[in-house]
Write a protein that binds this ligand. Sequence first.
Ligand code: CP
Ligand code: NVA
Length: 301
Amino acid sequence: MAHFLDIDKTEKSALRGMIDNAIAMKTARNGRPKGAPDDDLPLAGHMVALIFEKPSTRTRVSFDVGVRQMGGETMVLSGADMQLGHGETIADTARVLSRYVDLIMIRTFEEATLLEMAEHASVPVINGLTNASHPCQIMADVMTYEEHRGPIAGKKVVWSGDGNNVFASFAHAAGQFGFDLTFTGPEPLDPDPSLHGLYTTVRNPEEAVAGADLVVTDTWVSMHDPQSARERRHNQLRGYQVNAALMAKAKPDALFMHCLPAHRDDEATSEVMDGPHSVIFDEAENRLHAQKAVMRWCLGL
Ligand code: CP
Ligand code: NVA
């Protein structure tokens, strides 16, 4: 079963194929209206369930629009409204949904939920973010980097901030796409130990970004973090804000990325987000194209 659970669990050649296919599909649409179908309609007759146990703007809309452009149909489900949120097991939910739909995308809390869904589903399952990772986002980020600057292999990518789920997928991607990843952030918010060996830590943010081709950050408080940790996290992370002074230490043509949603003037200043290095809205757009390629790979279409 071709599940898309994490970038480090997917073959390198498959990942490369998905990025290349995403760029080709984006080019082929050539500015047609967003609701207009693709010429080849690869998902015609297919039903896709999109399950959300956390809020979402980009993931929800980009998956829904992407399926429709490819000729398929979607069902957007809120975890809280399903029996899943009222005691039905994940395994039984997976078995039942597999009788109705051809593909399942789930955004959830624990990684174990995603893995259990994949184990018991008889259709492909896509990770739409867990507390541990966000692979669809980083597929879009790799695509965005390569559109602007060519191959990402051998480039220096620097993450400044919380060693969170989005960082984890960057670390998986560093191994698979062959780029060099540096983490700069406070020790208490270091990435998960399972990622050791995939990146280098440099505590001083200015030293870390020296020579960077790409600077990335994300929110200081993720959806799974308790609100009670907000103030402590802000105090720990304030020194890792991506601002114009920090970007000036990177290469002159460095790109800036943020998966969004952002808390402007916390993790990154509006000056950087709206400035010449920023490609944040290309990243958001490319969620659509990259995920269309992921879905086609899952379904072998
Ligand atoms: N970047 C991202 O996944 O955004 P949403 O939470 O809006 O889906
Ligand atoms: N790290 C963030 C990413 C949101 C797309 C979160 O998990 O809330």
